[in-house]
Design a protein around this ligand. Structure first.
Ligand SMILES: CCCCCCCCCC(=O)SCCNC(=O)CCNC(=O)[C@H](O)C(C)(C)COP(=O)(O)OP(=O)(O)OC[C@H]1O[C@@H](n2cnc3c(N)ncnc32)[C@H](O)[C@@H]1OP(=O)(O)O
Length: 184
């Protein structure tokens, strides 16, 4: 992965263990919000990521590139692939049971991804220090050990639930997502 110092964990960043109240290994991770472009089931042209955590600390997911996700004829749009990376990384950092948002997302596009391809995504944390979480993801074509098509490195920033109250619609999240203590 080609990445900048901004997404490289500094010395002292710690890779967290699975949260004691997090999902057990093998748990399917449902959508956190029905209208989410990445995982929502009420978003017709969304990515509809299907995710599982194999170990409580990382995420594996599948995303099948659809008609609505094209950039050039019958090839996935790069921004859509970045959105898939953002989503799977967001799901993985949420395993640590604190609200985070993407501060920076860097993406390497390695192979073109045709419509109809199922990308096998994986995301993991390389370290957390203070409010900053350093994460990585990859997407492989056709199988978990298929050729790498896309790689991403990200900096996520921990926010309070007040972030969503101030800038968005906290009640919509709170209705669907029961795992955060909602106390903005
Ligand atoms: C729920 C389960 C599943 C969820 C899946 C969701 C997946 C999708 C996730 C997303 O797409 S979230 C939506 C996209 N992201 C945003 O909308 C975030 C918009 N940006 C902000 O709201 C603020 O800029 C942000 C909260 C990220 C930071 O503002 P703050 O005022 O809280 O923090 P501040 O600016 O003081 O930065 C804190 C530290 O992070 C650093 N930082 C912040 N943004 C950065 C950035 N972009 N690049 C590099 N460093 C950054 C900043 O330099 C600083 O470093 P130091 O502590 O060392 O001084």
């Amino acid at each position: 992965m080609t990445r900048s110092p901004l997404t490289t964990p500094p010395p002292g960043a710690v890779v967290p263990a699975a949260h004691p109240e997090g999902p057990p290994p093998g748990t399917a991770l449902g959508s956190h919000y029905g209208r989410c472009f990445g995982c929502g089931t009420d978003q017709p042209t969304g990515l509809h990521l299907k995710a599982v955590t194999p170990d409580g600390a990382t995420v594996e997911a599948e995303f099948t590139v659809g008609e609505a996700h094209q950039g050039s004829p019958m090839l996935a749009h790069g921004g859509v692939l970045a959105a898939a990376m953002d989503e799977v990384i967001g799901m993985s950092v949420y395993l640590f049971r604190k609200p985070y948002v993407t501060g920076r997302l860097e993406t390497d596009y390695v192979l073109p991804v045709p419509v109809g391809t199922t990308l096998h995504l994986r995301a993991w944390c390389n370290g957390i220090t203070g409010r900053q979480a350093y994460l990585e993801a990859e997407g492989r074509i056709g199988a978990p050990d298929g050729p790498v098509a896309v790689r991403a490195a990200a900096l996520f920033i921990e926010v309070g639930m007040g972030h969503f109250a101030k800038h968005g619609d906290l009640s919509a999240i709170a209705t669907e997502l029961q795992d955060y203590e909602v106390n903005p």
